[in-house]
Design a protein around this ligand. Structure first.
Ligand SMILES: Nc1ncnc2c1ncn2[C@@H]1O[C@H](COP(=O)(O)OP(=O)(O)OP(=O)(O)O)[C@@H](O)[C@H]1O
Ligand SMILES: [Mg+2]
Length: 231
């Protein structure tokens, strides 16, 4: 589904990603982990086309997307939920969700009902301004908006960050149902270990801009966790 090879990226003259290689297979959940500042968000920005890598390639659904614009990647089927969510605070929940439909090929203009099955709480607040939702509700709205565009691959950047436990459980439930009931792939950036251990099929761990460990989630060892993730 997604294939990243030898990716280098910079902010100005400082190198932030170095020779990153990664694969997200179709229908799988891949978790990208690593301490603060190692380059996880930067990698998602490169995948989405918000930052141009200096070297390397990004192939998505067999199409070389390394140089395409973010809108083109969205149309190809990349959905992105940025860190800190990024919903439109002055638009209503309904308007936020409708914006998510823009990338769809079928130019459908009504919010699909399954979105409300995944996030029943949103149905009760359709006319509320996004900015008046709690942090957890905004996170759910951001995920719902991305899913409304019917992505093939969903990029989620730390969806549990600063979110209360009850909503973390809701979000976990949604990711679980994406896994069991659809063929959507997920690249999940997350530092909350229990969450990734339960949901992930594969893991990648980054340090200083490069991948230092990877494998099957079921085989992630205490040793690796201690070495690369413990604070
Ligand atoms: N716009 C920017 N300009 C310059 N440097 C940046 C910019 N954004 C991030 N950086 C730097 O690039 C490095 C990687 O940042 P990035 O946000 O990708 O890390 P991260 O792994 O997502 O961290 P966190 O877990 O805290 O979200 C950090 O050293 C950060 O300070
Ligand atoms: Mg980040």
């Amino acid at each position: 589904m997604l294939n990243i090879k030898h990716l280098d990226a910079y902010y100005g003259e400082s190198m932030v990603l170095r020779d990153v290689n990664m694969e997200v297979p179709s229908g799988k959940i891949v978790c990208l982990m690593g301490r603060n500042g190692v380059g996880k968000t930067t990698l998602l920005k490169c995948i989405m086309g918000l930052l141009q890598p200096r070297a390397g390639s990004i192939v998505f659904a067999d199409i070389d997307a390394t140089r395409s614009f973010p809108e083109e990647r969205a149309k190809l089927g990349l959905g992105y939920v940025p860190q800190g969510r990024d919903i439109f605070p002055r638009l209503t929940v309904r308007e936020n969700l409708l914006l998510g439909l823009e990338v769809r090929k079928d130019s459908k203009k009504t919010i699909p009902e399954d979105i409300f099955e995944l996030f029943p709480v949103l149905k009760t607040m359709l006319n509320r301004k996004g900015g008046n939702l709690s942090g957890g509700e905004q996170q759910q709205l951001a995920i719902a908006r991305a899913l409304a565009g019917r992505p093939k691959l969903l990029l989620l950047d730390e969806p549990t960050e600063g979110i209360q436990p009850s909503i973390i459980l809701e979000i976990a439930k949604v990711i679980r149902s994406i896994k069991t009931e659809s063929d959507v792939s997920v690249l999940l950036v997350e530092q909350y270990l229990e969450f990734v251990l339960e949901l992930g099929d594969y893991y990648y761990i980054m340090e200083k801009g490069t991948v230092v460990a990877q494998g099957l989630m079921a085989e992630l060892s205490e040793q690796v966790i201690k070495e690369h993730l413990a604070i």
